[in-house]
Design a protein around this ligand. Structure first.
Ligand SMILES: [Zn+2]
Length: 511
């Protein structure tokens, strides 16, 4: 093939491009050519939801959960002390996508939105002349993506990569997609109350689903992966999403700015047969930690839960490896900055499982950050403290875009940025019940400064005096086993003063 003709042009010439792709309704770049501008490189951010650094072998976890990522990252910059902006999807994702912390973008609550200002200050607006493309399995992420992207941008519908809904539509209503979509909403999708316009079609759908998924069930001993609330129409395979997106990227105009947010290893943990029981009875014993005051219902077998999570990570690892290889063989990695990260972590210790928790221990807020730079052949390890708010300024810096001057303390990270501030404060914020425009009255906040990390919980009635602080030397004690807040009272006091001054500053406009 002539190298000057890209794949899309070639397929068009050869008449091989599927009609559905040729007629994609995304018109933003319809009149521009597909000629690559060589000086402009693509940007692609890949998020695996609830992917904790703590459970990644590359970052020191004793179980080998990420053999493919380990191997591929020998060509990447690997950030070892990287923190999410929040400890669950909405605030964490919003921080990654806006470059500001939750107390600034104000998407505090589950399914929350950012304030008006950030609708135009985000990853996509930072790359103005790029082709924006995004996908998420996670509905809460889609709420944010709807805020950031306009109709002419390519926001791939969530349903498109869930199994079930789409295909049945085309079987039932083969001739008219528009009518099919309307009919789908009215007739088939049983609403929350269990009511559907057409009971006949609902039943038909259910039978269809049962038959269809029977063939897949043996591949996932704990059930098929599901996104959001339980229900067969939320089933997905990570393989499908990876295949679709890798193909789609070879056909869209360049340069593009892509954001793909896949649900695994988020719970429910559903490892495929290949990895099921992989870590079962492997003799691994995590360090013993005290039950936390915020522990709710301790799961029956927290060690088994952790093993399932680790096995689900093996699925993520395998599929990231496949995504990487697909992008590489399509030639995309030659001019694409690929970022692997997460929106928050996960916890299976201290009587807590998951991330619906007030606590801010390392496993629930420390997330991977790896930057695969075009042409890089050697790995590099960065141990400085870094934050989700650094991702946008780093990407604009390396691609020669203007500095996003709205970001909150974010900097172009080493080795790319010049002059890093190794003592700057890194924050994570959880205020899941806070009104969007109210000052923070009940929240969990943490501040990392150098080797030390301060946890500050306030406004929770179950705490003595409604507040609690903890201090750890997270470099010497990454498991957070020795609380130094009493033995190093002066240090704890001065960090707390700094934290409170920051909160005063943040709360001022909302008093
Ligand atoms: Zn999440």
């Amino acid at each position: 093939m002539n190298r000057k003709i890209n794949r899309r042009d070639f397929l068009k010439l050869a008449g091989l491009l599927p009609l559905s792709l040729a007629a994609e309704p995304f018109t933003r770049f319809a009149s521009s050519t597909n000629e690559k501008q060589p000086e402009q490189q693509n940007v692609l951010v890949v998020v695996f939801d609830a992917f904790s650094s703590y459970n990644i072998s590359l970052y020191g976890y004793p179980r080998e959960t990420t053999p493919n990522i380990n191997r591929l990252s020998e060509r990447a910059v690997r950030y070892h002390n990287h923190y999410a902006g929040g400890n669950f999807t909405t605030p964490g994702t919003a921080s990654l996508l806006t470059g500001v912390l939750p107390w600034t973008h104000r998407a505090f609550q589950p399914a929350g939105t950012v304030t008006e200002q950030y609708v135009n200050h985000n990853l996509f607006s930072a790359f103005k002349d790029y082709y924006p493309i995004a996908y998420s399995h996670n509905g809460w992420v889609n709420i944010l993506l709807y805020q950031f992207l306009s109709r002419s941008d390519e926001l791939i519908p969530r349903d498109k990569l869930l199994l079930g809904s789409d295909e049945l539509l085309h079987i039932l209503f083969r001739n008219d997609d528009d009518i099919a979509s309307v009919s789908w909403l009215r007739d088939i999708n049983v609403e929350e109350q269990g009511y559907a316009y057409s009971l006949f079609l609902s039943r038909l759908y259910q039978e269809y689903q049962e038959k269809k998924f029977k063939d897949l069930k043996h591949l996932f001993p704990l059930g098929l992966p599901t996104a959001g609330s339980a229900g067969s129409d939320n089933i997905f395979l990570l393989e499908n999403a990876v295949d679709y997106l890798a193909d789609r990227l070879t056909t869209i105009p360049q340069p593009f700015v892509g954001y793909f947010h896949f649900l695994p290893p988020h719970d429910p943990y559903r490892p495929p047969t290949e990895f099921y029981k992989h870590f079962h009875n492997d003799g691994f014993k995590p360090p013993k930690k005290p039950k936390d005051i915020f522990a709710k219902r301790p799961p029956k077998d927290i060690l088994a839960k952790r093993a399932e999570y680790d096995e689900f990570i093996l699925y993520v690892d395998r599929e990231f490896g496949r995504l990487y290889e697909k992008l590489e063989s399509a030639g995309l990695l030659e001019n694409t900055w690929l970022v692997l990260t997460s929106d928050h972590g996960e916890l299976n210790e201290r009587g807590i499982t998951g991330h619906s928790t007030e606590v801010l221990y390392e496993p629930v807020i420390r997330v991977p950050l790896m930057i695969f730079e075009p042409g890089r052949k050697t790995g590099m390890d960065i141990h400085e403290n870094t934050s989700a708010v650094d991702v946008i300024p780093t990407l604009t810096h390396v691609t020669g875009q203007p500095f996003p001057d709205w970001v909150e303390g974010g900097i172009p990270l080493p080795p790319y940025g010049s002059g890093t501030e190794s003592t700057r404060n890194i924050f994570t914020v959880r205020a899941s019940k806070n009104g969007q425009y109210d000052p923070l009255t009940q929240a969990s906040v943490m501040m990392v400064k150098g080797n030390h990390k301060l946890h500050y919980y306030f406004g929770y009635s179950l705490l003595p005096e409604m507040q609690q602080i903890k201090l750890f030397d997270v470099k010497a004690d990454p498991e957070e086993l020795t609380d130094l807040s009493a033995s190093q009272r002066n240090l704890a006091g001065s960090l707390l003063d700094e934290m409170k001054a920051k909160l005063d500053e943040i709360n001022k406009p909302y008093q």
